[in-house]
Design a protein. Sequence first.
Length: 200
Amino acid sequence: MLSISCNLIAKRYNKEILFKGFDYTFDTNSKYVLTGSNSSGKSTLLKIIGGALSPTSGDIHYSLLDPKDQLFSFCSPEMHLLDDYTVAELFELHFQFKNPKITIKEQIENANLKSFLNKKYSELSSGLKNKVKLCLALFTDTPALLLDEPCTNFDQANSDWYNAVIKDFCQDQLIIVASNQEIEYQFCTEKINLHQYKQQ
């Protein structure tokens, strides 16, 4: 069971302090949202928690010592998948290295992606690109799920799909969402506003 302890984390870019003194423990299987205006550091803190960035100061302790790519599933608008791969190939490649919660066939049916399996990723709409990325994260069996603005380019139907998948398949994970859109974090029970860590 994974818990994450952030000890006085700070991040500075040049002379700008995004946040400092972030001292917080994320508990096993709990659901959190990081809120704050644009440039408040939500995405940056999410990457630090996931081990993709290093803090300027402070440190993080994980209750599990697994490699970071085994602890976390991650989805972000900044992520890029292989443009020349078809949707089917992306799923097959991803789950050569990750454990799925359900079979790839079941994932495709759940996400209503069957008619796009032979489409190259580069040919998809922005909403479908996000859905493929999100599928790979939501259906990967890891202790924690890190989601940065997960419903980017989604219509209401896809936002509803996202919340249904969280409810049905992600309850046994620690989830941290970076977002200001309630539809992306309505299942979260803990809310952390990064503005309080901007100036102390």
